[in-house]
Design a protein around this ligand. Structure first.
Ligand SMILES: *[C@@H]1O[C@H](CO)[C@@H](O)[C@H](O)[C@H]1NC(C)=O
Ligand SMILES: *[C@@H]1O[C@H](CO)[C@@H](O)[C@H](O)[C@H]1NC(C)=O
Ligand SMILES: *[C@@H]1O[C@H](CO)[C@@H](O)[C@H](O)[C@H]1NC(C)=O
Ligand SMILES: *[C@@H]1O[C@H](CO)[C@@H](O)[C@H](O)[C@H]1NC(C)=O
Ligand SMILES: *[C@@H]1O[C@H](CO)[C@@H](O)[C@H](O)[C@H]1NC(C)=O
Ligand SMILES: *[C@@H]1O[C@H](CO)[C@@H](O)[C@H](O)[C@H]1NC(C)=O
Ligand SMILES: *[C@@H]1O[C@H](CO)[C@@H](O)[C@H](O)[C@H]1NC(C)=O
Ligand SMILES: *[C@@H]1O[C@H](CO)[C@@H](O)[C@H](O)[C@H]1NC(C)=O
Ligand SMILES: *[C@@H]1O[C@H](CO)[C@@H](O)[C@H](O)[C@H]1NC(C)=O
Length: 778
């Protein structure tokens, strides 16, 4: 009995699996079930299948679908919907079946054999899954087709598919969620266009991309075609073709092709290599419409990332990602398109200015904008005023500032974009952190980077006292002590609600630093209030190219500042040490210093003039990022106080000429200092070198000017092969330096101009030769 039973079983298996291995022409009376052995009809090549696919994450339910059968992830190209408007595809439970009845009707039935739906064709002689990915039901009595999946596209089209006006592609909600998504490709009589859809009603918002349409109504769209060359185009009634994509070099024999309206609203054309052969087995994007979805702005609707978020497009991977601003978070991390919500409540229409100031502050971000959400804008206006106007306006959630223009934005923010091309400074209104919050932030910092901290002296914070530069250098080099990580964590802040930074007691710092190994002089130049304002302003600065202030101590006459510790020391040591650092790294450091200064001058709420930019004050972190430190001499300028005179500050060799004249001091002193540093970085030598080989080389700023005027910039980088290969860039940098070193402060460029010139974004005119003036001074 046993062998017989076995044979019977084998036969049964063959019977069951036979349809899915060879079916080309599906004959009447055949059926499929959700069971794996008999769940699909294949095309002759076996590349496409039509049948039941389990739903990801809900595997007791199935879609009736068409998919790429030889690809490991079985990419679905079509699935059953009862109508285009139906928000969900048809899902059937395990045990359902698909029957091609003896009367030629294709019928989808639930486990109780009740019909769920049928495509409406009756009396069909046969049906087949074609190698193009089209499933067709033949028409009664002829060679024509009565129903085919190619006529009811979902989110994907395949090679040889043709769509006539009136047809649409609808995105899915997510790759794993087949519900109707938020985007539509509409084939219209005049053009093909991509739209955002209002969910749930389904009306269309603005189109965010379209083929050009002709006003001439006699010239109409006849079809959208995906041809055998992999080109997708619109054919017009006058015979021309408007390309949506330009065809692919990847052949039809060796690659699978598809074009899909993806859940992020991007229409992407993909290819997939049929054989491994060393190429990665994955779908690769060959074309996208629109090119960058983040730029696809619509007046109504949120944009691809949802409200209050911002969209980032990576042109290398062709992928879109979404982000929330600080103190905002995603409604649903799995479904980021739902956008972000603030982690706080914006309120306070009843607050007066003082109270609003006590309650709110701003987070600053760059390269982000929400172009559609403004309700008021002002120009010309200063950044400080922009910030103030948003602060006291309870509607205002975000202020965007750019070149004297201020836009006020309210919630919800829409169509957010983050990109290096977006030149905006964005201030996001958030509740003011209590004393406890900066503490939290610092705690996180301690955990993430095992760095030591530096304790600097605040005695140098710019008061209104004349300080000469001999005293300065003594203080600058004599007062650093390090505190270890462990010791700092033991420190408890004292109560001081007026300041957001961590407040240490003197005793704590004394203990942590082993009794201040280096003696700090007791000099007090500032009133309590001045100290508070300056600590707060500098403490709030946050930029990649600035050393971060972490806390302070303000006890009686003791005023101390605690800074991040920079492990790689100062630019001074790095640049003038034994080994000459590479040119590319030096150029990168130049840009870093320039950006840090740009931030201090133009992007802080209160302009900060550093007054003592020199290599000793530029520190390097472990990634060799330049960070400006020691704001000891910094001068904060209130909005209406752009010039100030307080006596000479600075260090020999770096002092701008106006310090010696009785004229106002502006941010241009830092620009001058930057010019000196720029030359030092180019040439890897100090500005003043008394033992220089030739006398005319002893002052770098003069020598560089001479070399530039004689067209011999190469002399400055003698023996530096790497820099010699980049001569054009070196010349550009030298020209920028000579502009920064102009005798007349008003002739010097702003730091914004400087960064643009260094980046090569704007042309550099020949700097005027002020050497005659320089020599008459010396
Ligand atoms: C099915 O097979 C018949 C005969 O074998 C053939 O005439 C018909 O064209 C086939 N139908 C399809 C759709 O391939
Ligand atoms: C699976 O899908 C069915 C049909 O849509 C639905 O009723 C059920 O709740 C889903 N189950 C899960 C776990 O998502
Ligand atoms: C046909 O129409 C297209 C687009 O409307 C236009 O650019 C083209 O010049 C027309 N060609 C002819 C032959 O009329
Ligand atoms: C409109 O289309 C017709 C037919 O293609 C053509 O003869 C005519 O010049 C077109 N007019 C314009 C304004 O393009
Ligand atoms: C469309 O693309 C094809 C193939 O790349 C090209 O030959 C044709 O000139 C293009 N047509 C237009 C109008 O750009
Ligand atoms: C991204 O798309 C471009 C064409 O738009 C294509 O050349 C490039 O290969 C794509 N990159 C990836 C990783 O798919
Ligand atoms: C900040 O302080 C205010 C008033 O003291 C208090 O109501 C609020 O809960 C505090 N917030 C946090 C995050 O501690
Ligand atoms: C910077 O510090 C890191 C870590 O100590 C070290 O590996 C690296 O060589 C240093 N770089 C320079 C340029 O000093
Ligand atoms: C700004 O300064 C000018 C000139 O010194 C003065 O007339 C004006 O009143 C000041 N404005 C404010 C707001 O202080």
């Amino acid at each position: 009995m046993a062998p017989l039973l076995f044979l019977f079983f084998l036969q049964f298996l063959l019977l069951l699996s036979s349809p899915s291995t060879q079916a080309q022409n599906i004959s009447l009376g055949t059926s499929l079930t959700t069971q794996e052995l008999n769940n699909a009809w294949l095309s002759p090549s076996g590349e496409f299948a039509f049948g039941f696919r389990p739903i990801e994450g809900n595997s007791s339910f199935y879609l009736l679908a068409v998919w790429f059968n030889k690809i490991s992830d079985k990419t679905v190209t079509w699935y059953t919907k009862s109508s285009e408007q139906d928000p969900e595809p048809i899902k059937v439970p395990s045990g359902s079946s698909l029957q091609f009845t003896s009367t030629g009707v294709l019928s989808l039935r639930d486990p109780t054999n009740r019909e769920v739906c049928n495509p409406g064709a009756a009396g069909a002689p046969d049906a087949s899954m074609l190698d193009t990915g089209n499933f067709v039901i033949a028409a009664a009595g002829g060679s024509t087709v009565s129903w085919e999946t190619f006529s009811y596209p979902t989110n994907t089209i395949l090679v040889t598919q043709v769509l006539s006006p009136g047809k649409v592609l609808r995105s899915r909600l997510l790759t794993t969620d087949y519900s109707n998504g938020r985007f539509l490709l509409n084939i219209e009589t005049q053009r093909a266009a991509l739209y955002t859809i209002a969910v749930p009603s389904g009306n269309l918002y603005d189109s965010y991309w379209s083929t050009p349409s002709d006003e001439n109504a006699t010239n109409q769209v006849t079809d959208l075609v995906f041809n055998m060359a992999g080109r997708i185009y619109i054919s017009m009634s006058n015979g021309t073709q408007i390309n949506m994509t330009f065809g692919v070099t990847s052949s039809m024999e060796n690659y699978y092709h598809r074009a899909t309206l993806d859940p992020d609203g991007v229409f992407r054309q993909y290819v997939y290599p049929k054989k491994p052969g060393g190429i990665s087995q994955a779908w690769t994007v060959v074309s996208t419409k629109p090119e960058n979805i983040c730029n696809a702005q619509t007046k109504v609707g949120s944009g691809t990332c949802g409200f209050n978020s911002y969209c980032m497009f990576d042109g290398n991977s062709n992928q879109t990602s979404c982000g929330c601003p600080d103190q905002y978070s995603f409604f649903d991390k799995e479904r980021k398109y739902r956008g972000c919500k603030p982690d706080f409540e914006l309120q306070g229409c009843e607050l007066d200015e003082g109270a609003a100031m006590a309650q709110y502050e701003f987070n600053l971000i760059n390269n982000v904008d929400w172009p559609q959400a403004d309700y008021e804008w002002y120009t010309p206006i200063a950044m400080d005023e922009c910030r103030r106007l948003c602060l006291i306006d309870c509607f205002c959630a975000v202020a965007v500032f750019h070149e004297n223009t201020c836009w006020k934005k309210k919630l919800p923010l829409s169509n957010g974009i983050m990109s290096s091309g977006v030149q905006r400074t964005v201030l996001i209104k958030v509740p003011k952190s209590n004393n406890s919050q900066p503490e939290l932030r610092e705690t996180r910092k301690w955990k993430s980077d095992k760095k030591h901290w530096i304790l600097g002296s605040s005695l140098l914070l710019g008061g209104s006292v004349v300080v000469n530069f001999v005293l300065i250098s003594v203080l600058l080099f004599g007062t650093y002590c390090t505190i270890t990580r462990k010791e700092v964590q033991q420190l408890q802040p004292s109560r001081d609600p007026g300041l957001p930074l961590k407040a240490f007691t003197y005793a704590e710092l004394e203990k942590a630093t082993d009794g201040f190994k280096e003696k700090i002089d007791k000099i007090q130049h500032e009133t309590e209030k001045e100290f508070a304002v300056e600590v707060q302003t500098i403490g709030r600065t946050y930029h990649k190219n600035l050393v971060r202030m972490l806390g302070y101590c303000n006890e009686g006459t003791q005023r101390l500042l605690v800074y991040e510790f920079m492990i790689n020391g100062s630019l001074n040591r790095f640049l003038f040490g034994d080994a000459r650092p590479q040119w590319s790294l030096r150029a990168q450091l130049d840009l870093g210093v320039a950006r840090g200064l740009l931030y201090l001058h133009e992007e802080c709420s209160t302009q900060i003039i550093h007054c003592d930019i020199k290599p000793q004050n530029i520190l390097l972190d472990d990634n060799c990022i330049a960070k400006i430190s020691d704001f000891g001499l910094a001068k904060l300028l209130r909005t209406n106080q752009t010039q100030t005179y307080t006596g000479i500050r600075g260090t020999r060799g770096y002092v701008a000429p106006e310090w010696f004249k009785n004229i106002g001091i502006t941010a241009k002193v830092d620009v001058y200092n930057f010019g000196v540093i720029l030359l030092e970085l180019i040439c890897c030598r100090q500005n003043v070198l008394l033992e220089a080989p030739e006398e005319e080389q002893s002052i770098l700023t003069y020598w560089a000017n001479d070399c530039y005027r004689c067209g011999r910039v190469d002399l400055l980088i003698d023996g530096d092969d790497e820099a010699n290969l980049k001569m054009k860039k070196v010349e550009r940098f030298v020209a920028v330096a000579l502009w920064c070193l102009q005798e007349d402060p008003t002739m010097r460029p702003s730091m914004l101009k400087v960064t643009q010139m260094l980046d090569g974004a704007i042309a550099i005119p020949t700097p005027p030769d002020s050497s005659s003036v320089i020599y008459s001074l010396s």
